[in-house]
Design a protein around this ligand. Structure first.
Ligand SMILES: *Cc1c(COP(=O)(O)O)cnc(C)c1O
Length: 356
């Protein structure tokens, strides 16, 4: 039976990405060698890195004056690399979930952190609004998509200080106005590639302002200068990322992905709202993520949770168990997820409702 892959991360990749990466693992670029056993300085791999950077810029319409980097250490490494490079004295953070609070914890090692608002008191079920930013903050950090809680900031905020965003789980899900951001980063393993590569989009002129010494591997300027080749890059994940970017372009680019994501999300949220057995964790529709849809059993049907999980598993649904901090269910419907899989989940929910 075909599995419907709702894992939150690492997560579904396009068949195009997987097949082409599998081919390159056997024979890369007609070299008669695997991509796993060639020099990252070979002209064949340098071309992969160059194309990946170019296509990243093209798809997101990244303006001049920005660099795209492929690094290691995951989004978690960016939690410290961002303040290392950007915080002189003070930074503002929005606390919208576990990842945001992990970023806050690291930033505190480098200076004063002003947590301008938090939705922690309601298990992060909404995006705080109406907060004020300290005008002297070196930057304002947000997590655009809260993978665990199913909330998302689905617009490009207009703020008065440089904006930094963790977009690990919603990069390429919608068109972006990159000019509104000073820096965007994320682990690739949700919407781009297998784990092992981290993307960073950085506005060049925000760098070089802090006084502290920065270790070479953590210095964005070094990686910009060396075009993500200061040390050995994660060759296979970068190759897979390039394939996903090619696939996005074939699908019609980021706007087409956005339309498809909106359609998938609407289908699933409508069913959760309609079905008497289920309830969405996120009440405000404007805050609902189009990437990670979290839901629980309605109060009257709590005892059916394990039954539904078993029923859905029987129907080929994989990875819908909610994160331990929220419980219930989470369906991650990233870019590569076809509408047919969301439709299969909706049908499963309807069938389960009829049984009860
Ligand atoms: C998955 C995730 C992370 C952690 O990424 P790593 O690459 O494992 O460090 C951070 N932020 C968000 C929003 C995520 O979804």
């Amino acid at each position: 039976m075909k599995k419907h892959n709702f894992y939150a991360g690492p997560s579904i990749l396009s068949e195009y990405t997987i097949r082409n990466t599998a081919d390159a693992i056997l024979d890369f670029a007609g070299m008669g060698l695997s991509i796993m056993e060639i020099s990252h300085r070979s002209k064949e791999f340098v071309a992969v890195m160059d194309q990946a950077q170019l296509l990243f810029k093209e798809l997101l319409e990244i303006p001049d004056g920005y660099s795209v980097l492929f690094l290691q250490g995951g989004a978690s490494m960016q939690f410290c690399m961002v303040p290392y490079n950007l915080m002189s004295k003070k930074a503002a953070y929005l606390d919208t979930g576990s990842w945001a609070s992990k970023a806050i914890k690291e930033a505190k090692l480098f200076g004063e952190v002003d947590v301008v608002a938090s939705s922690k008191e309601s298990t992060y079920s909404y995006i705080p609004k109406g907060y004020e930013l300290p005008p002297d903050a070196d930057y304002f950090h947000i997590t655009t998509n809260n993978t665990i809680y199913g909330t998302e900031i689905r617009e490009d905020l207009d703020v008065s200080v440089p904006l930094v965003a963790d977009m690990s789980s919603d990069i390429f899900s919608r068109p972006l106005d990159v000019s509104k951001y000073a820096l965007i980063y994320g682990g690739a393993q949700k919407n781009l590639a297998p784990s092992g590569v981290t993307f960073v989009i950085v506005k060049n002129n925000i760098l070089g302002k802090v006084d502290r010494a920065i270790p070479t591997m953590l210095d964005y300027k070094v990686h910009i200068e060396k075009e993500s080749m200061f040390n050995t890059p994660p060759v296979v994940p970068v190759f897979a990322a390039l394939k996903t970017l090619e696939w996005y372009k074939q699908q019609g680019g980021v706007e087409a992905m956005h339309q498809s994501n909106l359609a998938k999300a609407a289908l699933l949220y409508n069913e959760i709202d309609r079905n008497k057995l289920f309830r969405c964790n996120v009440e405000d529709e404007a805050d609902r993520s189009i990437m990670n849809v979290t839901f629980v059993m309605d109060a009257d049907y709590q005892e059916l949770e394990a039954d539904f999980l078993a029923f859905a598993t029987e129907k080929g649904m994989v990875g819908i168990k909610g994160h331990r901090s929220v419980g219930g269910f989470r369906a991650s419907i990233y870019n590569a997820m076809p509408l047919t899989s969301v439709d299969a989940l909706v049908k499963t929910m309807k069938e389960f409702e009829q049984k009860h």
